[in-house]
Design a protein around this ligand. Structure first.
Ligand code: LLP
Length: 406
């Protein structure tokens, strides 16, 4: 069964009253398309069982378009940022500073000073040095210690973040040492955070993490620190095969039953926007090399790098289904790299000029895009009710070179 937030109209993307084929007549491919209704449904599934003082902070890195952030501001979400750029984006979207958390393994003195000046909800500290920098800042910023819980998330090695040999966070021992070294008068230590990785399918890992955070919180409180929240990091996985649906509402409910003495903070990114977005691309040409049939499309690894970087497989369909028999193709982009492939074995029936849709690309798609091969970034459009708006124009050649001194 397809997840709730899909409808069969435009196959999987929830854009009830619009036909993708009509949009394709007006917007040049490739483009990213997002569904407001789908984003709201996914966000509400986290918010549903969260209490008034809990914070669900959308992880801006998943998709940082300000128009999408605005939708989430309206729903009362907070934001998880990992750079001053993301922090400024969240503020520009109208987020209140006291709903923003700032993580990141390499925050500079200037980054920390800027965040402290904004009076954000929490700066998540990832090293002893950061404490030294924070200590001397005005405003006595609220901080949380991001611990590295040494837990395996059983996900792709590039997106495991919570094992002891990963660069993120500090060990529980170091967290305790910091809490002993600095008094509550010196640092405003109010939380503990952790993030064990992304694309996590196993709910029990979040509950195991919650236990660790609670235990450590008890020690920090005994040392006089006024811990008010526990941050369990990013959200649940999504199913790139478009078959299963994970349940954020149940996860929040389970976490709330476990974490009773503190506010709960979560930083979901992928599960809010991945299924709410797709890439629409045109077939440039069809060719056969050796035994393999290729569809060469106009979107490349620079626009969507998940397949090249993590061997990720995204479902692909034609926009106009026809009755002719489908055939297996490797769908490849135009970039001069063999890694510029969206995978072999896609059952499709398409010719040059036809459009395809690449699903589940709302998260870590456009936000990880680049201009490799001097390719301008594609447009992004947002469907809200029965109309769509361009929320980022397609880049032009002039945009590409505008900062080069010639
Ligand atoms: N919080 C922190 C501190 C994080 O590092 C991340 C993701 C999140 C929250 C959000 O996690 P999510 O809910 O999205 O799982 N580019 C990769 C994913 C990298 C995730 C990095 N950190 C991909 O395309 O799969």
């Amino acid at each position: 069964m397809r997840p709730d937030y899909f409808s069969k109209n435009s196959e999987c993307l929830w854009i009830e009253n619009l036909e993708l084929s009509e949009i394709c007549e007006e917007v040049q491919t490739p483009f990213y398309i997002y569904s407001q209704a789908s984003i709201e449904a996914a966000a509400n599934s986290y918010l549903k069982n969260a209490g008034n003082t809990d914070l669900i902070c959308y992880s801006v890195k998943a998709n940082s378009n300000i128009n999408l952030l605005k939708i989430l501001v309206q729903l009362g979400m907070g934001f998880d940022v990992v750079s001053v750029g993301e922090l400024k984006r969240a503020l520009k979207a109208g987020a209140t500073a006291n709903k923003i958390v700032f993580s990141g393994v390499g925050k500079s003195a200037a980054d920390l000073a800027f965040a402290a000046e904004q009076k954000i909800y929490s700066i998540n500290i990832e090293s002893h040095q950061e404490i030294e920098l924070i200590k001397n800042l005005p405003n006595n910023p609220r901080i949380s210690l991001r611990i590295n819980p040494d837990m395996a998330a059983n996900t792709h090695p590039y997106i495991e973040t919570g094992k002891s040999d990963c660069k993120f966070g500090i060990s529980e021992t170091e967290a305790l040492e910091i809490a002993k070294t600095y008094s509550p008068e010196e640092i405003n230590l109010v939380g503990i955070s952790a993030h064990i990785g992304s694309q996590i399918t196993d709910v029990s890992l979040f509950l195991e993490l919650a236990e660790k955070l609670k235990n450590l919180a008890t020690h920090l409180k005994n040392l006089g620190h006024n811990i008010d929240h526990l941050d369990v990091g990013g959200g649940l996985a999504i199913d790139y095969q478009l078959e299963k649906q994970y349940d954020p509402a149940q996860l929040v409910k389970d976490l709330k039953s476990s974490i009773t003495d503190y506010d709960l903070l979560m930083e979901p990114g992928r599960s809010i926007v991945a299924q709410s977005g797709a890439v629409v691309t045109s077939v440039i040409t069809k060719k056969t090399n050796g035994q393999r049939d290729f569809l060469v499309v106009d979107v490349g690894m620079n626009d969507l790098m998940r397949p090249a970087l993590y061997s990720a497989r995204h479902a692909i369909e034609e926009i106009k289904n026809s009755d002719n028999a489908s055939k297996e193709y490797e769908v490849v982009g135009p970039v001069c790299e063999t890694a510029d492939s969206f995978g072999a074995g896609h059952l499709l029936n398409a010719d040059a000029g036809d459009q395809l849709i690449i699903y589940s690309t709302g998260a870590y798609g456009s936000s990880m895009g680049s201009n490799y091969n001097s390719r301008p970034k594609p447009a992004e459009i947002l469907v809200s009710k029965d109309k769509y708006t361009v929320i980022r124009k397609a880049e032009s050649f002039e945009d590409l070179i505008k900062l080069e001194e010639i």
